[in-house]
Design a protein around this ligand. Structure first.
Ligand code: SF4
Length: 337
C-alpha cells in the first residue's frame, strides 16, 4: 500500500484491517511509532510514558516498570496508536507529555483476552484489568482448594514457577502448609513448547530437581498450572514417587486443555492433548499415576478472570475470533504494506 503511494497512516490502517487472528504489532520508522492490537484483544498490550513524556508500548506492564515508564492504559482492541516526533515535541511544549493519535479498525471490536495469560504466560508482576496476575493466580489456587475433594495431606508444593502462586492460594484456602518441594533450573525454558517428544522428556529432568528430604514419606498436594500432553506431568509424578512420596494429589489451576490454540500459542495438535485422548478425569488420573486429580472448570477460570468474554478456546473449543478455516484469504497485493 505504501508502494501504491498511500501515506503511512492510511497504508497501515488498510493493511491491518485486512488481518485476522491475534496480534500486537509495533512499527517504527525514522520519526513515527505505531502500535496496533487485533480487534479481539486476544493478547495483552499496554501503553505508558517514559520520564520524558514519550510513548512506551509493551505486551505486559512489567516491561514498563523495567524501563522506568509509567503505565497509562491498555491499548484497545482494534486500536492503532500513532506517535510522531512532531506530535511528541508539540505535546511536550503544550501539555508536558508527547501527543498520540488513535485510529480504529473498521467493523466490530471486542476484547477476548486470552485466559491462559492469567494462568501461565503473563508475568505475575504484570497488571491486567487493574489486578496483578499474581492476584489472579492466588484466586485460581483458592478456587481450586474450594472445589477439590478434601484429602488428608501434609504439604502443598508448586510446580515452579507458574504453579507457585496458585499453590500459595491453595495452601491459604485449605490450611495445608506450603513448602518448596521442587527446585527449578533457571537455565531451561518452557517444556511444553519444546519441539520434540525427546526434548520435552529431557526438559523435565533438566528443569526440576526434587528435594528428597522434604518429600519422602509425605502426603503431597502438587499444584501445576495446566496439563497439555500429559507426558511432562507423568514424568514428574514418577520423579516424585521415586523420592518416596507417600500419596500424591495433583491439582491443576486451569481447565482441561482440549483444543489447539490458533491465536499464537504453539501448544499441540488436538490429537496429542491428553484431555482429548482420554474420556474423563479418572482415565487421566490413572495414566498419570496419582492418587487424585482435580482441574478447575472453564467457568471457574472465567469467574476468577472477572472480565467480560475472555478467550477460553483451548479449554472450551469456543473460538471468539474464529478458526483459520473461517478467515477470508487475503491477496498478497491487498496485504502488502
Ligand atoms: S486458545 Fe487458549 S492459549 Fe489461545 S488465546 Fe485462547 S485461551 Fe489463550
Amino acid at each position: 500500500m505504501l508502494n501504491q503511494g498511500k501515506p503511512l497512516k492510511a497504508a497501515v490502517q488498510e493493511a491491518i484491517n485486512a488481518c485476522e487472528g491475534a496480534f500486537s504489532i509495533v512499527i517504527a520508522t525514522g520519526d513515527t511509532l505505531i502500535a496496533a492490537r487485533d480487534r479481539h484483544g486476544l493478547r495483552p498490550f499496554c501503553m505508558g510514558r517514559s520520564k520524558t513524556g514519550a510513548l512506551v508500548v509493551a505486551s505486559e506492564t512489567c516491561a514498563l516498570d523495567i524501563v522506568g515508564a509509567t503505565y497509562e492504559r491498555d491499548i484497545e482492541p482494534g486500536e492503532i496508536l500513532i506517535a510522531t516526533l512532531d506530535d511528541y515535541y508539540a505535546g511536550l511544549e503544550a501539555e508536558g507529555v508527547g501527543r498520540t493519535e488513535s485510529i480504529f479498525l473498521d467493523g466490530p471490536r471486542k476484547e477476548h483476552l486470552c485466559v491462559f495469560e492469567l494462568v501461565y504466560f503473563a508475568r505475575p508482576d504484570s497488571i491486567i484489568h487493574g489486578q496483578s496476575v499474581y492476584n489472579y493466580r492466588m484466586n485460581l489456587g483458592r478456587r481450586l482448594a474450594q472445589i477439590s475433594p478434601p484429602v488428608e495431606a501434609d504439604i502443598v508444593i508448586p510446580v515452579p514457577d507458574s504453579g507457585n502462586v496458585a499453590a500459595v492460594g491453595y495452601s491459604r484456602e485449605s490450611g495445608i502448609p506450603y513448602v518448596e518441594g521442587l527446585i527449578k533450573n533457571r537455565y531451561v525454558g518452557r517444556t511444553f513448547i519444546s519441539p520434540t517428544h525427546e526434548l520435552r522428556e529431557k526438559g523435565i529432568q533438566l528443569k526440576l530437581n526434587p528435594l528428597k528430604d522434604v518429600l519422602a514419606g509425605k502426603r503431597v498436594i502438587v499444584v501445576d498450572d495446566s496439563i497439555v500432553r500429559g507426558n511432562t506431568s507423568r514424568n514428574l509424578v514418577k520423579m516424585l514417587k521415586d523420592c518416596g512420596v507417600k500419596e500424591l494429589h495433583l491439582r491443576i489451576s486451569s481447565a482441561k486443555v482440549t483444543h489447539p490454540c490458533f491465536y499464537g500459542i504453539d501448544m499441540s495438535e488436538q490429537k496429542e492433548l491428553i484431555a482429548n485422548q482420554m474420556e474423563n478425569t479418572e482415565k487421566i488420573r490413572e495414566f498419570l499415576g496419582v492418587d487424585s486429580l482435580t482441574y478447575l472448570s472453564v467457568q471457574d477460570m472465567a469467574d476468577v478472570a472477572g472480565y467480560e468474554a475472555p478467550c477460553t478456546a483451548c479449554f472450551s473449543g469456543d473460538y471468539p475470533a474464529g478458526k483459520p478455516v473461517d478467515f477470508v484469504p487475503l491477496s498478497l497485493t491487498q496485504a502488502s504494506v
